[in-house]
Design a protein around this ligand. Structure first.
Ligand code: UD1
Ligand code: MG
Length: 475
């Protein structure tokens, strides 16, 4: 591999009309991350000296999506006159002449004599870093390195024309004759060229071809004419270089990507009820003997410790589930921690700031928000626990509600260890239930409940002797 510095240019000015969306194509997500963000992450893994995105359509939206990113520069291409014209717009950013960095955090470009430029497409999201490293290994100062692939059906792609095995040029589908169209080796579009050579070649490209565009692919013939060596490398799988032009193609790549993740999970010992019915939109870390039933969605960073079992149809986002814990079907967990051996659901919702201790039971239709519930406590049916600190061995009866909000401000409820809360109780915060206290069913607690005492607020029960039910009057 070369010790030269590497620039990356990501072509992303295409309109993406076939997405039929207000959202620019490259901002559409695969596994929860935009196409362009994926390409940028892949490029970053190569530690490039500079990265430049060529943008056009929806440029404001695209740049706004990367406003927090300080290692990118942006080159506008308007109008879009082809891939060669697109790369030309990026040259000031990578060639060291007239470079205008988007921010001061972008280092100055090296003089172009000792750098290489890798061209990626913003709508080709799944290229593996290992594939690009392989291409990089064939590149060098006197070389043009092309990533090519052999396809059963090469229709639509530029074809790699070889003579005696040596690459001579690339011909686009629309410009190709029958013999050229029969070639099955195609141009993926990804290439690495000496920056200095690009700076010379790109301004000389013409557009006298079937599409009236400035083709980047025409640099191959220029390289050959100058005596440069044209090398090729191939991706492991053809989907690595598949682009997204439509919602159908987006969904197809999403499924391929999800299947790759599912395969890796199973390879590491996770039991998936069906590898075709899991969606991981972030990082899922699993211990040993983890079992995941069908239709679960994992977002952000999720950790499942040893022996965790996740029932069908659960959604987990930025959370950690402790060893041996079990989620019954249809749980929604967001920014929460579930302690070891706990049992949650079915139909439970844990909202941000929830921390459950060991062997906590949260049952059906229970919502917990910004609350800590300590070891061995239970809220098994139909409850809202919000902004509460709950001790150990507490039993929260069905229908219990912490009234944490007065319409303007939020207040905390404190429930100490060994408390028993009867069904249908309202705890009007701020309020504290003392250790070992019992609240009678139906209580509306507005003042602190003393420890080890029964507290209840309830109208006295009354039975009316001789009372008769009304009867329908005859008309
Ligand atoms: C290009 C290649 C073709 C290759 C194919 C692989 C050329 C001339 N042809 O064809 O050999 O087989 O990709 O998919 O390079 N873009 C711009 N500005 C433009 C035009 C395109 O930024 O003016 C960007 C697009 O956003 C896209 C990429 O370049 O990310 C490729 O453009 P696309 O129109 O898909 O190229 P093809 O004609 O398919
Ligand atoms: Mg294309």
């Amino acid at each position: 591999m070369s010790t030269l510095s590497l620039n990356v240019v990501i072509l992303a000015a295409g309109q993406g009309k076939r997405m039929r969306s207000q959202l620019p194509k490259v901002l559409h997500p695969i596994a929860g991350q935009s196409l362009l963000a994926r390409v940028i992450d892949t490029a970053r893994a190569l530690h490039p000296h500079r990265m430049c995105v060529v943008y056009g359509h929806g440029g404001d939206q695209v740049q706004a999506a990367f406003a927090q990113t300080d290692d990118l520069s942006w080159a506008l291409q308007s109008p879009q006159l082809g891939t060669g014209h697109a790369l030309l717009q990026a040259m000031p950013h990578v060639s060291g002449e007239g470079a205008t960095a988007a921010t001061s955090a972008v280092p100055p470009a090296p003089t172009c004599g000792n750098s290489l430029t890798l061209v990626l497409y913003g709508d080709v999201p799944l290229t593996k870093v290992s594939t690009l490293k392989r291409l990089l290994a064939t590149s060098g100062p006197g070389r043009l390195a092309l990533l090519t692939a052999h396809l059963h059906d090469p229709t639509g792609y530029g074809r790699i024309v070889r003579q005696s095995g040596k690459v001579q040029r690339i011909v686009e589908q629309k410009d190709a004759d029958d013999a050229e169209r029969a070639i099955t080796e195609i141009n993926t579009g990804i290439l690495i060229a000496p920056t200095e050579a690009l700076a010379r070649w790109l301004p000389t490209l013409g557009n006298r071809n079937a599409q009236g565009e400035y083709y980047l692919t025409d640099i191959v013939a220029l390289a050959v004419a100058e005596g440069l060596e044209v090398t090729t490398a191939h991706p492991d799988a053809t989907w690595e270089t598949d682009g997204v032009n439509s919602k159908l193609q987006l969904a197809t790549l999403e499924r391929i990507h999800q299947r790759t993740i599912a395969d890796a999970l199973m390879e590491s010992g996770v039991m998936l009820a069906d590898p075709a019915r899991i969606d991981v939109r972030g990082q899922l870390h699993c211990g040993t003997d983890v079992a995941i039933d069908v239709n679960c969605v994992f977002e952000g960073s999720v950790t499942l410790a040893d022996g965790v079992s996740i029932g069908p149809n659960c959604v987990l986002k930025n959370c950690s589930i402790g060893a041996g814990a079990r989620l019954a079907p249809f749980c929604h967990i967001d920014s929460a921690e579930v302690g070891p051996e706990s049992v949650v659901g079915p139909y439970a919702r844990l909202r941000p700031g929830t921390v459950l201790g060991r062997e906590v039971h949260i049952g059906n239709f229970v919502e917990v928000k910004n609350s800590q519930i300590a070891d061995h406590s239970k809220a098994n049916h139909l409850a809202y626990v919000g902004d509460a600190t709950v001790g150990s061995r507490v039993n929260i009866g069905a229908g219990t509600i912490t009234c944490n909000y007065d319409g303007a401000n939020k207040f905390r409820t404190v429930i100490e260890d060994d408390v028993f809360i009867g069904s249908d109780t309202q705890l009007v915060a701020p309020v504290t239930v003392g250790r070992g206290a019992t609240l009678g069913a139906g209580t509306t607690l507005t003042k602190d409940a003393p420890p080890d005492t029964l507290t209840l607020s309830r109208a006295k029960q009354l039975s009316v002797p001789g009372w008769k039910r009304p009867v329908k009057q005859k008309k």
